[in-house]
Design a protein around this ligand. Structure first.
Ligand code: ADE
Length: 421
């Protein structure tokens, strides 16, 4: 007969955003604790368009820790998952759910196992920092389940040990990851510079670039850069400290010209550092370079920056437009150069915040190929087009930090069995 005392399942569900660095994190001074060689700054992206949802559950009937990612069971044996689980477990508190008649004492957490189900609302393989949102969500939801009393700063230091950039996903808006000095990493935490409402004119357009090439993982790439690049030393010691101060000021004053200049320069220096690595690492491809040229040409023709671009460890372009009107014009230009395949309609080619398409008069447009060439092309030769080189575009904006989802219907685990729904 089943033991009635073993039957209960207690769950928490949370949603956490992804983020894009505008002053890049590249290079660790400690690989196990994930301590960076410089500070970094990011913009949190609206979780409505890009986020991770994670449900964590505990039950005396679970016989081991288990995790499902996007519906498939994955191993939790990796050091990064283990670090996060260990750090949260040892801070667990007493938990009581009066309605369900459940009481868990602080000391019981050592013996109890958890089930974790996580879902990314964007393709995990698209190179859109899914591990940042994923590990931040894991730490945030476990902390809630286990009644961990630490503030977001302390939680960010735990998330950092899962995936460096995950620490920045614990806040909305504009976030700084302070590299810290402590050998154990206690002061290597994220802080919020400004919330998402501070600068809500900004629009973010992501070009998910088709890529055939397997990229060097960030972990391997960073290690090789630290071991071989002199430029990284110069960047970390001389360049980034000044840029961090300038970027903080640009964000504080909503100074788009400075923000764009710093964002583009820092992305370009990060990729220069990759090229300075032995053997060199190439994350951008021809499409990435074409997008840089389109934005640079346009910004120059306007006399002042309209759009900033930044590229992480992959070919996808993240463009930040100064306002909605500019974002509409940007989309028009991008659709001119990178039209959808004939069998793809605009509605599935441009996803996320559709109102940008609508306001630009592009919604429902049948003949994207008929868009006029951008006026900054002065050449008489017809502009070349690159159909198929962009898989799709995502329109989004700066967004909020992690939230709890209290509605059980949003949970990814079954409340009776604790297994995926
Ligand atoms: N890696 C990619 N996505 C993830 C997620 N949602 N949780 C944990 N690790 C991940």
């Amino acid at each position: 007969m089943a033991d009635e005392s073993q039957k209960w399942v207690l769950m928490v569900t949370a949603q956490t955003p992804t983020n894009i660095a505008v002053i890049k994190y590249w290079g660790k001074r400690d690989e196990t604790l994930i301590l960076p060689v410089n500070d970094s700054i990011s913009v949190t992206l609206d979780p409505e368009h890009l986020c991770t949802t994670t449900t964590v559950a505990v039950s005396p009937s679970f016989d081991k820790d288990r995790m499902w990612l996007n519906g498939k069971e994955i191993s939790l044996s990796g050091g990064r998952f283990q670090s996060c689980l260990r750090e949260i477990r040892c801070r667990a508190g007493d938990v009581e759910d009066e309605k369900k008649g459940i009481k868990i004492a602080k000391k019981d957490w050592e013996k109890l196992h958890v089930h974790i189900a996580s879902y990314n609302n964007f393709p995990t393989a698209a190179g859109l920092a899914s591990s940042a949102a994923g590990l931040a969500c894991l730490v945030f939801s476990l902390a809630k389940l286990m009644n961990v009393k630490e503030d977001h700063g302390k939680l960010s230091a735990i998330a950092r040990q899962g995936s460096g950039s995950a620490c920045r996903s614990l806040y909305g808006g504009f976030v700084k990851w302070i590299m810290g000095k402590d050998e154990k990493g206690s002061d290597s935490i994220a802080v919020q510079l400004a919330d998402e409402k501070h600068w809500d004119d900004l629009v973010i357009v992501i070009a998910v670039v088709s890529s055939r090439q397997k990229e060097t993982s960030s972990t391997t790439g960073m290690r090789e850069t630290v071991e071989t690049s002199m430029l990284l030393q110069h960047r970390a010691k001389e360049v980034v400290p000044k840029r961090i101060l300038q970027m903080e000021e640009a964000i504080r004053n909503r100074d788009f010209a400075s923000f764009a200049h710093l964002t583009c320069a820092d992305s370009n220096q990060f990729h220069a550092v990759c090229l300075d690595t032995c053997p060199p690492i190439f994350y951008m491809n021809d499409t990435s370079h074409r997008i840089i040229s389109i934005v640079e040409k346009w910004n120059r023709s306007e006399g002042t920056p309209q759009v900033a671009y930044t590229f992480d460890a992959g070919p996808n372009a993240v463009m930040i437009a100064r306002n909605r009107k500019v974002a509409g014009v940007l989309l028009q230009k991008l659709l001119f150069y990178f039209p959808p395949q004939p069998d793809t309609d605009l509605n599935s080619y441009v996803i996320g915040d559709k109102s940008i398409l609508k306001d630009a008069g592009l919604e429902g447009m049948k003949d994207v190929e008929a868009l006029p060439p951008p006026p900054e092309i002065k050449d008489n030769i017809p502009a070349q087009k690159y159909k198929g080189d962009v898989s799709y575009f995502i329109c989004t904006r700066p967004g909020k930090g992690p939230v709890l989802l209290s509605d059980e219907s949003q949970a990814l685990l079954n409340p009776e069995s604790g297994l995926p729904k």
